[in-house]
Design a protein around this ligand. Structure first.
Ligand code: CP
Length: 333
């Protein structure tokens, strides 16, 4: 395994094998498995969970890691191609990435979407351009359209909790947020739940449709796994019988890159804050999932986050075990 980029690059059997490995490493630690190996982590965008869980996971396997981010005391990094570098930035990403990669045995890169060109970002062009500069195994730690580590951890969390695969109803719901957020988590999540064989419902207001290539891919994955993928604007219809409500805010695809248009649409949607009445016709033990960070009282009510439905801390903890399995498989086979 040379790249961990898109769950859909793998068969469900391969994902199952990774999840078994994650479970094994959780129950039976192997503190010397990756002794002598170095993980290099480039964060071009902020993080709490991804940064901490990769470093902790690598240490638990006996390896080492280092982090580079623009917030550190490094030379300013220019990312634009073909630019005359007569401004503040002293180093170009085209040198920085291969240099960082050369210090480690495996590399992770995080680079969020710029949210300017939907077609280019659905194609994940910026990440693909960075990946070409790396000649060691590479992990996508969240790009414009992928967040495979989050989805692997979410799949594990549902397995741990016994959430049904076939016949399990998974509602990916848009939620209000004051800012336009990237498409990576919802795009990866809809594919993950489809691959898991669930009946996936994307609940979102008009103007917040997920990109059609993502929905089409999710439908193909669902066909292969025995699941389904539908979308609706109707909350009551979506939530009926739900086993999971996975909340996430994302940018308007109708107004992609247009802050004013997006803002005008979203300011009418402040009531899209997940709260107990949403669960009236869901399964009694319907779970609440979110990748974090989450805005309390904006995306979701405190009583949901603090109550028995919420599994957000388990999801975050499973990031570490899921990524340990990925590191182990990529470095040890
Ligand atoms: N869910 C997630 O990726 O969290 P961070 O942005 O804190 O890494």
């Amino acid at each position: 395994m040379h790249r961990f980029n898109d769950l859909a690059d793998f068969s469900t059997a391969e994902i199952g094998s990774l999840l078994e490995l994650a479970q094994r490493l959780e129950q039976y630690p192997e503190p010397r498995a990756l002794e002598g190996k170095i993980l290099s982590l480039l964060f071009l965008s902020p993080s709490l969970r991804t940064l901490a869980s990769f470093q902790a996971g690598m240490a638990r396997l006996g390896g080492g890691s280092f982090v580079i981010s623009p917030d550190m005391s490094i030379h300013g990094i220019e990312t634009r191609p073909g630019i005359v570098m007569d401004g503040a930035a002293a180093e170009h990403i085209r040198e920085a990435v291969p240099v960082i990669a050369s210090y480690g045995d495996i590399m992770g890169i995080r680079a969020f979407a710029e949210r300017r060109n939907l077609e280019r970002e659905v194609a994940d062009q910026e990440f693909e351009d960075l990946a070409e500069l790396v000649d060691v195994p590479l992990i996508n730690m969240e790009s414009a359209i992928q967040h495979p580590c989050q989805s692997l951890a979410d799949w594990k969390t549902m397995d741990d909790l016994g959430v049904p695969k076939a016949g399990g109803r998974f509602v990916l719901s848009w939620a209000y947020h004051p800012r336009a957020l990237p498409l990576a988590v919802p795009s990866t999540t809809v594919k993950m739940a489809a691959m898991r064989g669930m009946d996936v419902v994307v609940l979102r207001p008009e103007g917040f449709e997920l990109p059609e290539p993502i929905m089409a891919k999710a439908r193909v994955l669902a066909d292969a796994s025995g699941g389904t993928v539908t979308e609706t604007t109707e909350r009551a219809e979506a939530l009926e019988g739900a086993h999971v409500v996975y909340a996430k805010s994302w940018t308007s695809t109708r107004h992609y890159g247009d802050k004013v248009g997006d803002q005008a649409l979203r300011e009418e949607l402040i009531d899209w804050c997940v709260d107990e009445p949403w669960f009236a016709t869901a399964q009694p033990d319907c779970r609440f999932m979110h990748c974090l960070p989450v805005r309390r009282g904006v995306v979701v009510a405190d009583r949901i986050l603090d109550g028995p439905r919420s599994v957000v801390i388990a999801e975050a903890r499973n990031r570490m075990y899921a990524q340990m399995a990925v590191l182990y498989r990529m470095l040890k086979g």
